[in-house]
Ligand binder design. Structure first.
Ligand code: NAD
Ligand code: WQD
Length: 339
C-alpha cells in the first residue's frame, strides 16, 4: 500500500515516516513545501532507514499541484496529514496566515481524498482544542470550549470539517489524533525537532540553552496552584506519537466496521511540571541548566494532561518512552547537531 504523508519533512512527520519504513511494508511518498523544515529531513530519514522516499516540494494550498500528486500516484491507499502551521503565539499575531494554510490545506486534502477514492485519513489534531477545560484528565468526549488561539481554532474547525466530510462520503474514514506535548527525538539521536526560528516550546528551549545557543531559560510562572508552582503538561515521546499513526491507520485497514470518524488523545496520562522536566533533563544530560523563574506566559493554563484510555483500548497503544528517555533523546539530538 502507498501512504501519502503531508508535512513529511517536519518534526512529527519525519519520525512517522521512519516508523512506517521500519515496521510496515507500506511505501511512503511525502509532500512538504519546507515552510518550517528543509529537504535535509529526507536525508536524515535515509540515514536512519537506509531507504529513500519519493517527495514533492509543493504547497498544499495549490490545489492543482496537490491533485497532480494524487493523479501520479493512483495507488495511494491512505493519507497522514501533518502539514500545518503550529505556533500558537504566531497564530494570534497572524490569524489569516493560519486560517489560510491550515484550513485550505485540509480542504484540498479532503477534496483529493474524495476525487481519488482514498479510503483512509489520519489527521493531526492537538490538545489545544481543549482550551481551558478544567476537568482533568481531559477525555475525547469533553465538550470543547471556545478556542484560545486561531491555531487551536484551526484544529477545532479541521475536526468538524472532517466529521462533516465523512458523513456524506461513507467510503472515507478518518481518525483525528489529539497530541499533547510531543518532545524528544529518534533514539539514534539522528533526527529530531529542527525549528527554523527561535524555539517556543519548552524542550528545544532547554536543550538549546544547555548547549549554549540560548543564554537562559525562563520558567513561565512559579506561583501556579500546582505541586511546585510551575505548569503541568503531558509530554509524550515523538516516536510514541509516530507509532500511534501506524496503529491508527492499521486499525482502519483491519476493521471495516470501525466508525467513519473517531478522535483519540495521545498523551502518557502523566502530568509533569516544568521544574520536573528540567530536573529530568539535568539528570539525563549531566548539565546544570541556567534557568530562572519568571512571569507567567499569557494564555498558559496551569495544568493539562490526557486521559489516554481510548488510545490504549482502541488502538492497543502503550507509550514506550518515559520522561527520562524523552530528555535523553532530545539531548542526544542537540549534541548530534553540534558535531
Ligand atoms: P512541523 O512544522 O515540524 O511540520 C509541519 C510540516 O508541514 C513542515 O515541514 C512544513 O514545512 C510543512 N507544511 C506546512 N504547511 C504546508 C503546506 N501548505 N504545504 C506543504 N507543506 C506544509 O510541525 P510538527 O510539530 O511536525 O507538527 C505536525 C502536525 O502536528 C501539525 O499539524 C501540528 O499542528 C500538529 N501538532 C503538533 C504538536 C507539536 O507540539 N509539535 C502538538 C499537537 C499537534
Ligand atoms: C510547555 C510548558 C510553558 C517555554 C503547545 C501548544 C499545544 C501543542 C503543544 C500544538 C508550559 C513552559 C515553555 C519556556 C517555560 N502544540 N515553558 N519556558 O504551551 O503546553 O503547548 O505545544 O498543537 O497546542 O499550545 O507547550 O512547550 O510551549 O510549554 O516555562 O521557555 O513549558 O509555560 O507550561 P504548551 P510549550
Amino acid at each position: 500500500m502507498k501512504i501519502l504523508v503531508t508535512g513529511g519533512a517536519g518534526y512529527i512527520g519525519s519520525h512517522t515516516i521512519i516508523e512506517i519504513m521500519k515496521h510496515t511494508g507500506w511505501e511512503v511518498i511525502s509532500i512538504d513545501n519546507f515552510s518550517n523544515s528543509s529537504a535535509a529531513a529526507y536525508d536524515r530519514i535515509r540515514s536512519i532507514t537506509g531507504k529513500s522516499i519519493r517527495h514533492y516540494d509543493i504547497d498544499l494550498r495549490d490545489l492543482s499541484a496537490t491533485s497532480k500528486v494524487f493523479a501520479e500516484n493512483p495507488d495511494i491507499g491512505g493519507i497522514i496529514h501533518f502539514a500545518a502551521f503550529k505556533a500558537v503565539g504566531e497564530s494570534v499575531e497572524k490569524p489569516l496566515m493560519y486560517y489560510d494554510n491550515n484550513i485550505n490545506s485540509l480542504a484540498h486534502i479532503l477534496k483529493c481524498q474524495q476525487q481519488f477514492n482514498v479510503p483512509y485519513l489520519i489527521f493531526s489534531s492537538s490538545c489545544s482544542v481543549y482550551g481551558n477545560l478544567r476537568e482533568l484528565p481531559v477525555t475525547e468526549n469533553s465538550v470543547l470550549p471556545k478556542a484560545e488561539s486561531p491555531y487551536a481554532y484551526t484544529k477545532q474547525i479541521g475536526e468538524v470539517m472532517i466529521a462533516d466530510f465523512v458523513n456524506v462520503n461513507p467510503d472515507c474514514k478518518c481518525i483525528a489524533l489529539r497530541y499533547f506535548n510531543p518532545v524528544g527525538a529518534h533514539e539514534s539521536g539522528m533526527n529530531g525537532e529542527l525549528a527554523l526560528t527561535r524555539p517556543n516550546n519548552l524542550v528545544p528551549y532547554i536543550t538549546q540553552t544547555a548547549i549554549g545557543k540560548l543564554e537562559q531559560l525562563t520558567v513561565f510562572g512559579g506561583n501556579y496552584p500546582t505541586r511546585d508552582g510551575t505548569c503541568v503538561r503531558d509530554y509524550i515521546h515523538v516516536s510514541d506519537i509516530a507509532s500511534a499513526h501506524v496503529m491508527a491507520l492499521q486499525k482502519l485497514i483491519d476493521e471495516p466496521d470501525f466508525p467513519n470518524y473517531d478522535i483519540i488523545n495521545l498523551g502518557t496520562g502523566n502530568g509533569v511540571t516544568v521544574l520536573e522536566a528540567i530536573q529530568a533533563f539535568e539528570r539525563e544530560s549531566g548539565v546544570s541548566l541556567n534557568y530562572k523563574i519568571g512571569e507567567r506566559r499569557p494564555g498558559d493554563v496551569a495544568a493539562i494532561y490526557a486521559n489516554n484510555t481510548k488510545a490504549r483500548e482502541v488502538l492497543g497503544w502503550v507509550p514506550q518512552y518515559d520522561l527520562d528517555a524523552m530528555m535523553r533523546s532530545a539531548w542526544k539530538w542537540e549534541t548530534y547537531l553540534k558535531e
